[in-house]
Design a protein around this ligand. Structure first.
Ligand SMILES: [Zn+2]
Length: 247
């Protein structure tokens, strides 16, 4: 049987020890990778570093946990937002360490979503730790442009909020650690199969030494999703990623 092609929808390649060696190795497999940036300055650099890899897509981001130190790079983000098809990692984090920047986080997330809505055709990966309800409220009130696609990365909200996100048409990128928790399993069992994507969130959730390990991880994560759902949706997950990239 031919191996399916999956899209790693949320990865941090620039935090790998040896990004280029890893990427050369992943060329031997069919999978693609959407790589996040956590600062707008990193986007400029990553765009150049990844330009020779047709299976890698660089997202423009400003991580909510870095707002305190990196807010001044917002100008760079807005300089590139028109050209960037992929946006992330952006979002809101209400964990105790980041609560002090919550006002700035909400304002910045609002502004980025607003601009994405203006330009359209963006694929946006969203961090929503303890903030899924605020994120959805912002999406509900700001989003008019139907061409944008929102991916909830490692969603950990409650089931009511999950249903709101599904109603809004969000995608969900699932990683292996998420599947380990009871809530994660519940979420995976409820999601419409057309909205499921796979992510590694490497090197945070897992570290890869080779393209082979990455490929195994993608396939194993899909297998675990199938196991939870008691149905084989491998083809569908592959298709979800391919369609997302081809829009
Ligand atoms: Zn991440």
């Amino acid at each position: 049987m031919n191996a399916l092609r999956y899209i790693d929808s949320h990865c941090h390649l620039d935090l790998f020890d040896n990004m280029n060696k890893f990427l050369d190795d992943t060329k031997n497999y069919k999978n693609s990778i959407i790589t996040m940036t956590t600062t707008p300055r990193a986007y400029q650099k990553n765009r150049e570093l990844c330009s020779r890899y047709s299976h890698v897509f660089v997202a423009l981001g400003l991580h909510p946990q870095l707002i305190a130190e990196r807010e001044k790079e917002l100008d760079i983000l807005f300089k590139y937002i028109e050209e960037a098809k992929f946006i992330g990692e952006i979002g809101i984090d209400q964990g105790p360490r980041y609560y002090k920047t919550i006002d700035a986080q909400i304002r910045i997330f609002n502004d980025i979503i607003d601009k994405c809505d203006w330009y359209g055709n963006k694929i946006i990966s969203i961090h929503s730790l303890r903030s899924a309800d605020i994120i959805l409220e912002i999406l509900r009130s700001n989003v008019r442009n139907k061409s944008n696609k929102f991916i909830m990365h490692w969603f950990t909200g409650d089931i009511k909020t999950l249903q709101d996100a599904i109603k809004l048409g969000c995608f969900f990128s699932i990683n292996s650690q998420m599947i380990n928790s009871d809530r994660g399993k519940k979420i995976v069992s409820i999601l419409p199969k057309e909205k499921i994507l796979v992510e590694s969130d490497a090197p945070f959730v897992i570290k890869f030494e080779s393209g082979k390990e990455h490929n195994q991880y993608m396939n194993e994560t899909v297998r675990l999703i199938n196991e939870i759902r008691k149905e084989d949706i491998s083809q569908q997950i592959s298709l979800n990623g391919i369609e997302l990239l081809s829009q």
